[in-house]
Design a protein around this ligand. Sequence first.
Ligand code: CU
Length: 157
Amino acid sequence: MNFKPPMTRIITTLLAVLLSSAIFAFAAHHEGTTLEITSNDTMQFNTKSFEVKAGEEITLVLKNLGKLPKAAMGHNLVILKPGSNVAGFATAAVRAVVNEYIPTDDANKAMIIAHTKLLGPGEEDAVTFTLPDTGAYPFVCSFPGHFALMQGIIYAK
Ligand code: CU
């Protein structure tokens, strides 16, 4: 019985240590890798390729620096699985007007790893994802007519 108060204290201390390390791990995890990509009124992303670590949580922020209205020059960023048919995806996307140019059919949906919202002038959106395996993951803006200029590759190493 004499040992009860110290024991309780030890357990409390242990719990506190466990909890704080869990909080630290959570915070560290969410600091992860953050990438920023911009888009503009000349139908360009500011980068054509970049590298990430396979399996690592990535936060990608797309900022649209353009001034033109969303209906004329909207941008998004869609990350596709390695080996995806990018042109086929972009063609299907044109028909997906009501879904802001993200295809909803099973075959094209299955290619998508992650995507941002469709952005108007001055808007930004962040998306968090993990590329599970090493490889070359295409990324594209699926707004009609943009994919030819607005595409690139994420290399997961
Ligand atoms: Cu675009």
